[in-house]
Design a protein around this ligand. Structure first.
Ligand SMILES: C[S@@+](CC[C@H](N)C(=O)[O-])C[C@H]1O[C@@H](n2cnc3c(N)ncnc32)[C@H](O)[C@@H]1O
Length: 232
């Protein structure tokens, strides 16, 4: 039996459950809705005609697919530069099995990306997509190894979306969050669904200012972490 089970969420969009980890890839209230309301809108990416996005834990690509579609709708002449990180080939293959509805045109770009591996390293692969408005570089490998490949202070927005801190504490550790902080520009915003105490404490420890994110599909808020300097 596959360890990935298909689920239709409350807004009609499709996600999967990882049976081994006993976790879904999205809130069952709505995968596309979660991407839009918890990540894309609060990140501020729709307030900038040009932006550089980091997508930590790309999964089924919802956060990026929604970001690309909504950004192009608002800024037809805008430019997005995207760096994405994911380690699991099986979940990437599932993108071909999903109909992303109104977001299909953006999903098509992601499928093109996944058909264009440009480098094969010992422990990670690099995929690349480019058109007039968009570049996407996807690192398929362990994000702990691939995120440090970015230059300092490049990302203006980060969608931070690992499985839960209970299941994958290492992805919410100060070790990785320090790297995330380093590759983010000043005033850049990180969005995440978790408001766990340990997550917020770790974000603060590495230097972020932490605020409540929106409440979507559950009782508790997400978290926004901002790389804000108090004294300039
Ligand atoms: C909650 S899902 C992400 C959902 C995704 N953001 C979306 O919009 O579809 C978490 C993802 O983190 C990935 N992941 C887990 N450990 C990882 C690691 N060490 N490096 C990179 N990705 C990892 C999983 O394979 C999974 O796809």
């Amino acid at each position: 039996m596959s360890s990935l089970q298909k689920i239709t969420t409350g807004d009609g969009s499709v996600t999967f459950k990882n049976v081994e980890l006993d976790e879904t890839y999205h809130s069952i209230s709505g995968a596309a809705q979660e991407a839009l309301l918890k990540h894309v809108m609060p990140s501020g990416v729709l307030e900038h005609e040009d932006a550089v996005i980091g997508d930590v834990c790309f999964g089924l690509g919802y956060n990026l697919i929604v970001a690309i579609a909504e950004h192009q709708k608002k800024f037809p002449k805008g430019q997005l530069q995207i760096f994405a990180f994911e380690n699991d080939k099986d979940i990437l293959e599932k993108i071909n099995e999903i109909n992303y509805g109104v977001y299909e045109p953006a999903a098509g770009k992601i499928r093109e990306l996944l058909n264009n591996r440009i480098e094969r390293m010992l422990s990670y692969d690099i995929y690349f997509y480019e058109d007039d408005a968009l570049t996407i570089t996807l690192y398929r490998g362990d994000v702990k190894e691939t995120l440090p490949l970015l230059a300092s202070e490049v990302l203006e927005v980060v969608f931070f979306d690992p499985f839960s801190p209970k299941k994958q504490p290492e992805l919410w550790s100060t070790d990785l969050l320090e790297v995330v902080y380093e590759v983010m520009e000043k005033d850049a915003v990180l969005t995440t669904y978790s408001c766990a105490r340990v997550v917020r404490d770790n974000l603060k420890t590495v230097g972020f200012t932490v605020e409540d994110g929106p409440i979507v599909g559950r009782n508790s808020p997400g978290t926004l972490a901002i790389k804000r300097f108090l004294f300039d």
